[in-house]
Design a protein around this ligand. Structure first.
Ligand SMILES: [Zn+2]
Length: 61
């Protein structure tokens, strides 16, 4: 199980995103970012994607 706190990515947001893989997390992050933070595909630069991927934590549940 992987998880990411939206606040760790720099947003004032309590959303916690969980998934079975980092790819799944990224899909949800982009979905959530576009829906709730008015982001666009252009905002998800390689730098931001790399940053978010580095923030994803793995738990053994
Ligand atoms: Zn958020």
């Amino acid at each position: 199980m992987f998880s990411l706190k939206c606040s760790d990515a720099g947003f004032d947001c309590k959303k916690m995103i969980t998934g079975n893989s980092k790819e799944e997390i990224m899909t949800w992050v982009m979905d959530h970012g576009k829906r709730d933070h008015n982001l666009t595909d252009n905002d998800f630069s390689p730098e931001l994607v790399n940053k978010i991927q580095s923030l994803i934590t793995e738990s053994k549940e």
